[in-house]
Design a protein around this ligand. Structure first.
Ligand code: NAP
Length: 486
């Protein structure tokens, strides 16, 4: 059977993949597919359906600028609402027929003669594509630490991004390993129904009040009737994140200091027990790990059935976890809130580009041009690729800047012509980026998913989202290698 040939293969149906499909379609392309390995749309928001999952960026900023939603129910919408939003956007743009679910792309090989990519799925199906758009999250592969004795544990174990809905937590002894963004959302929701909840905390984080609330009927009416208010709110949120919260990403800045004081005051106000408060007091630079926001995390520890454990895990037994201090914590269910393999880009994919380039080799390097294109991977775009992560604002802003650049590049090329960044342009760009990153808070001593064990930071963007938008607003063709006449 002939192999289907596509203009575009988009891999991943999250915010970036769906955004790419919309923009490519708007640019006049019809022959494209979105391959999604799960059974549903919305990527991160499909995977992370744990109890309490919600966005920690305000919803009016955490949505496409070209698909505003006047009906967000709250300032920080829950996961189910974000997922429904992406579904609705897919329908509004008639994308269903382009989606292929339960299709994991496991390899991609570039043919220098035909200038086409051959993609292979886990089920051994093949597709040819002129352009490949990888839209896979760097927070997509769960990190499961290899604890001693884990295999002997007889209870249920699952990761936050693979929540097992068949397990009823009522009356169970539940342990959550980890105390960061995911754990802090789950704990307060499950605590009232479980018999006991023990949270293993390795590093205390800075927690700020979330200040969440429902939007009133009047507010939603206003957003619906007068889209100007919708746009005004988005612009205000955008400016607040870039002009105020971005400053917190600089060590020693006044905003950084304010956040430290505010979060320590919040802790003092909520936790009266001095021993517990000491355990929950962060001892790291503000922002070097994600600053957390919650209205109910600290209240959770005031419940009799909740215990904060800071002694560290020695080993798992059949129905318990033993701490390094020798205490045995009874466990029926263990939730791994242990994060993701963020710096191991696209594990499970084999990719061979031009001139012998491979993804395996590039993973050791993780440098891209503008977080999007990599030398010797022609006609390939890595949405939310290296150094596009933010500690202060909405990733949707970064995605939209990348999509504009991508469309400008592909519509600027004749058929059959390929494009990839020049190695010297990539080296220059990344040298400057690393220089700027060395002055950001992620470079301080604490270890986080933002950086590799050797200290190299392949994940974060060191400027504002507005600066990224400006950089991506025009294609500098001198940085790109084009295989023929444009
Ligand atoms: P994370 O930030 O990487 O946190 C992992 C937690 O597990 C940390 O508390 C970590 O402790 C602990 N941990 C890891 N390995 C451990 C081990 N071997 N033993 C004991 N503890 C261990 O992961 P996450 O909470 O899933 O969040 C990841 C990112 O996802 C966030 O930073 C955020 O960007 C995103 N997220 C966003 C939202 C949202 O609302 N938008 C919600 C959830 C997640 P240490 O700190 O000591 O390493």
């Amino acid at each position: 059977m002939a192999i289907q040939q596509l203009d575009f293969a988009i891999i991943g149906a999250g915010f970036s993949g769906i955004g790419a499909a919309i923009k490519i379609q708007e640019a006049g392309f019809k022959n494209f597919k979105v391959f999604e390995k799960t059974k549903g749309i919305s990527g991160t928001w499909y995977d992370n359906d744990y109890p309490g999952a919600a966005c920690d960026v305000p919803s009016h900023l955490y949505c496409y600028s070209f698909a505003p939603n006047p009906d967000w129910s709250r300032i920080y919408s829950p996961q189910s609402e974000i997922r429904s939003y992406v579904e609705a956007v897919v329908d509004q743009n008639n994308l269903r027929s382009h989606l292929q679910f339960e299709t994991e792309i496991v390899s991609a090989e570039f043919n220098e003669q035909t200038a086409l990519w051959t993609l292979k799925t886990a089920k051994n199906e093949k597709f040819l594509a002129r352009f490949v758009v990888w839209s896979v999250s760097f927070l997509g592969t769960p990190a499961i630490p290899s604890f001693t004795g884990l295999d002997n544990f007889q209870g249920k174990v699952f990761h936050t991004a693979r929540w097992d809905r068949s397990v009823d937590l009522s009356g169970k002894n539940v342990v959550i390993i980890g105390s960061a963004a995911s754990a802090l959302q789950i704990g307060p929701v499950i605590a009232p129904k479980v018999k006991s909840l023990t949270m293993f905390q390795r590093t205390a984080n800075y927690v700020m009040p979330r200040g969440d609330r429902d939007y009133s009927g009047f507010e939603k009416w206003l957003f619906r009737q007068f889209p100007f208010f919708n746009r005004l709110l988005r612009s205000w949120l955008n400016a607040r994140q870039d002009k105020f919260f971005f400053r917190a990403m600089k060590p020693g800045s006044w905003v950084n200091t304010i956040i430290r004081k505010r979060s320590l005051n919040y802790l003092k106000q909520k936790i009266k027990d001095p021993v517990l408060r000491k355990k929950l007091t962060a001892n790291i630079d503000v922002g070097c790990k994600r600053i957390l926001i919650s209205d109910d995390f600290y209240d959770m520890f005031c419940r009799d059935n909740v215990n904060l454990q800071t002694d560290g895990i020695a080993e798992f037994g059949a129905d318990y976890i033993e701490t390094k201090a020798g205490e045995r914590i009874k466990a029926d269910v263990v939730v791994m809130a242990t994060g993701f393999l963020a710096t191991e880009f696209m594990p499970g994919v084999n990719m061979t580009g031009a001139n012998g380039a491979s993804l395996a080799k590039w993973r050791d390097d993780l440098r891209a041009l503008k977080g999007l294109m990599v030398p010797d991977f022609p006609n390939t775009f890595f949405l939310l690729g290296p150094n596009t992560g933010l500690g202060h604002s909405s990733m949707i802003l970064m995605i939209e800047s990348q999509l504009k650049y991508l469309v400008d590049v592909v519509t600027g090329l004749k058929s059959g012509v390929t494009v990839a960044p020049k190695s010297d342009a990539v080296a220059r760009y990344n040298k400057q980026l690393q220089l700027e990153l060395s002055e950001m808070v992620w470079s301080t001593s604490c270890q986080s998913w933002y950086k590799r064990a050797d200290g190299y930071i392949p994940t974060m963007w060191p400027r504002t989202t507005a600066a990224y938008q400006t950089m991506m607003s025009e294609v500098d063709w001198s940085e790109l290698e084009v295989s023929g006449d444009k």
